[in-house]
Write a protein that binds this ligand. Structure first.
Ligand code: ASP
Length: 324
């Protein structure tokens, strides 16, 4: 990544990618999220940490969980938040991205949360905003989804504590998955013992080996004794040409069923970034089963996004005042 997301003193200014971030910073995000998650259980689910700040959600691509949890996170931090529907905005009247941004900046925005179908979009925006504005990447093309990766790490830590002891398997469409890319970077930075990817050859990136992962094409071998199982959706919207015979055949080989899950450790957790396609990458019995933490991931998304937003816009001292 060419754009620096840290200030000279090492504080987060933008949050664009996990790449280049060090373990203490990822740990700080999770520690802060831990403090924020208790706020969601209070009667008044708000802290005044970002009072007076203006946050704009700029979603150029559909989203349910990410957009809603970013909005809730901003509101719980007491920021003013606006979610812009790009399809009905001036972009559809031919306004360039740069002009849209400059208009939003003229309204004294402090942060843009950006989701875009093109890889590199959030970084491009970060390069063109005023110096005081922070940009958070809420998913860009096949490139990165760093807040999703951090909420996944937080969920894993909640259940498994010590990262170096873990074996984690990521199953499915690694090739088109921004989530998988960010997860692999985060897992590696946190020192996870063994990262496995399980996928057909057509759904693996050619540079897979350089990512530091162990590659499996067979579910039975790949799932053996793992602590964490992460399933991914087939990103059909990003596939060019037929990479798979059919979703039925995919389910037979790579769908996570109860039988295949029984090969993992008995206390293994099952994760999915959503949206899930039942009967394609995961069986309903597994998605709704006792080992599934899929809905927990959604809940943790709020606290983790509060942590990241407050770290880019707020100060450490303020946090302790509010949560002490
Ligand atoms: N929600 C995730 C993303 O935005 C995963 C997915 O769409 O499959 O990348």
């Amino acid at each position: 990544m060419s754009h620096n997301q840290l200030t000279e003193s090492g504080r987060l200014h933008h949050f664009l990618s996990i790449e280049g971030l060090k373990r203490p910073l990822l740990t700080e995000i999770m520690d802060r999220a831990e403090q924020f998650s208790s706020i969601s259980h209070q009667q008044v689910k708000k802290v005044p940490l970002l009072r007076g700040k203006t946050i704009v959600n700029l979603f150029f691509e559909n989203s349910t969980r990410t957009r809603t949890t970013f909005e809730l996170a901003a509101k719980r931090l007491s920021a003013d938040v606006i979610s812009l529907n790009i399809n009905t905005s001036s972009a559809s009247k031919g306004e360039s991205l740069r002009d849209t941004l400059h208009n939003l900046e003229a309204m004294h925005s402090d942060m843009f949360v950006v989701r875009h179908h093109q890889s590199g979009a959030a970084e491009f925006i970060a390069q063109h905003v005023a110096p005081h504005v922070s940009v958070i990447n809420a998913g860009d093309g096949c490139h990165a989804h760093p807040t999703q990766a951090m909420l996944d790490m937080f969920t894993i830590r909640r259940h498994k504590q010590h990262f170096p002891d873990l074996r984690v398997a990521i199953i499915g469409d690694i090739l088109h998955s921004r989530v998988a890319r960010s997860q692999i970077q985060a897992l590696a930075t946190l020192g996870v013992g063994e990262i496995r990817v399980i996928a057909p050859k057509t759904l693996l990136p050619t540079d897979c080996k350089t990512l530091g992962v162990h590659v499996y094409h067979d579910m039975n071998a790949g799932l053996k004794d793992v602590d964490v199982v992460i399933t991914l959706r087939l990103q059909n919207e990003r596939m060019q040409g037929a990479l798979l015979p059919s979703s039925k055949e995919y389910y037979q080989c790579y769908g996570l069923t109860e039988r295949k899950l029984s090969l993992a450790k008995p206390d293994a957790i099952v994760m999915h970034p959503g949206p899930i396609n039942r009967g394609v990458e995961i069986a309903s019995a597994v998605a709704d089963g006792p080992q599934s933490v899929i809905l927990e991931q959604v809940t943790h998304g709020i606290a983790v996004r509060m942590a990241i937003m407050s770290m880019t816009l707020g100060s450490q001292a303020e946090l302790y005042e509010v949560t002490a």
